[in-house]
Design a protein around this ligand. Structure first.
Ligand code: AMP
Length: 144
């Protein structure tokens, strides 16, 4: 049902892009914005969103803008790895509420994983404070 619907310009990530809502920023250029997930599933959980396209999900994203956006996803994923030295890393993305999507502006999750450390709940764990997230963002930024 929610896989195809009108883009809501007042979704939370659109507000973050416009500077109407705060975020702990990791990276920004004219193509993409990356920031720390406030309900992190692991230490360093980072989101990368396209800035200019009103795409709800991967399916909606105009193909001619996908390549430049995906390069930013990889750039941030590499920086997360370099900064935090995880044993593994999930790079994922959900399309539609049925698939688990909760914010309807395209985003990729970069979720570092460490052996023996369980994955937190998707979009449902504890909320991290900016004070907790900023040192992680600083480390990641230093590798960009
Ligand atoms: P999804 O369920 O794939 O749409 O992912 C949305 C993600 O956004 C979840 O991991 C949430 O924890 C995260 N999230 C929701 N609101 C915010 C926010 N204001 N700042 C940063 N991350 C958020």
């Amino acid at each position: 049902m929610t896989l195809h619907a009108d883009y809501d310009p007042n979704n939370i990530f659109a507000k973050i892009v416009r500077g109407e809502m705060p975020c702990v920023r990791v990276y920004e250029d004219n193509i993409a914005l990356a920031f720390m997930d406030v309900f992190p599933q692991s230490q360093g959980h980072t989101l990368i969103i396209p800035k200019r396209q009103q795409a709800r999900n991967f399916i909606d994203m105009p193909s001619d803008h996908l390549g430049s956006y995906m390069l930013r996803v990889q750039k941030v994923a590499r920086a997360v790895e370099a900064a935090l030295s995880p044993d593994g890393m999930v790079v994922t993305q959900f399309n539609g509420a049925t698939a688990g999507q909760t914010v309807f502006h395209l985003h990729f999750h970069v979720i570092p994983r460490w052996d023996g450390v369980p994955l937190g709940r998707h979009a449902g764990g504890g909320m991290a404070t900016p004070e907790e997230l900023e040192p992680l963002a600083t480390k990641i930024r230093s590798k960009l």
